[in-house]
Design a protein around this ligand. Structure first.
Ligand code: FMN
Length: 215
């Protein structure tokens, strides 16, 4: 089947994106408003970009009226009325239901931290707090925001952050900076309301060696 985006409603295009780009890790993004209100929301349009400098991105879509979600408003640069900083706490299975619950649209200024019962703890180099219960958190300064169709309903926005501090639970990491995936317990988002665990894994070498039969 061949499908042209212009023949579809935005909702149908969204389904093609979230069903085909799977599994997606979940950035549990903590931010603070210029007035000091805390915010926490999950974003699965999320990935790492590069290691020099250390950069990551996540994508808060515009609301139905074309305006910015609170997370985006908070991490906009100070010149655009935001704080210019955010923390990506990678979502883990231990508190999976709290991640989904944090997507509840709350009135402006009310905190998801209070709704779901996770603990904000002071970050080292940015103003927004990190999530104490998160085994890995990345403190970020906003480098750039790319808007695919400014002000349009459901349009995409890419928030690019420079990582300025990383927090990792001691028991997750070895002396060579390798993360233990079982102890970490990250989970991913599939299409619809489905999620997946990261426990079912397999290993293989890269390049030609990957084609050789393994014992
Ligand atoms: C697991 C999960 C992943 C989500 N990923 C995204 C995403 O990548 N982009 C987006 O705009 N909304 C995403 N949402 C919806 C937002 O979390 C939701 O709109 C939230 O209320 C935004 O909060 P805020 O207005 O405080 O930023 C996701 C929701 C869930 C439950």
């Amino acid at each position: 089947m061949q499908i042209l985006p212009e023949d579809l409603e935005p909702r149908e295009r969204y389904k093609l994106l979230i069903g085909g780009v799977v599994p997606r890790p979940i950035a549990f993004v903590s931010t603070i408003s210029p007035e000091g209100a805390l915010n926490l929301a999950p974003y699965s349009f999320f990935t790492a970009i590069g290691s020099n400098p250390m950069t990551m991105l996540f994508c808060p879509a515009a609301l139905a009226d074309g305006s910015d979600k609170d997370t985006l408003a908070n991490c906009r640069p100070t010149s655009e009325g935001g704080v210019g900083e955010f923390v990506i706490n990678v979502a883990v299975e231990n508190y999976a239901r709290k991640v989904a619950a944090a997507a509840e649209p709350l009135p402006h200024g009310e905190s998801e931290f209070d709704l779901i019962g996770l603990t904000p703890v002071a970050s080292s180099r940015v103003r927004p707090p990190r999530v104490a219960e998160s085994p890995i958190s990345y403190e970020c300064e906003t480098l750039q925001i790319v808007r695919t169709a400014p002000g349009e309903p459901a349009s995409g926005n890419v928030v690019i952050g420079r990582v300025v501090c990383v927090h990792v639970d001691d028991e997750l990491i070895d002396e060579r900076f390798r993360i233990d995936p079982d102890a970490f317990g990250a989970f991913g988002r599939m299409g619809g309301f489905e999620y997946c665990r990261t426990r079912d894994r397999f290993a293989m070498p890269r390049g030609r060696a990957a084609l050789e039969e393994q014992e």
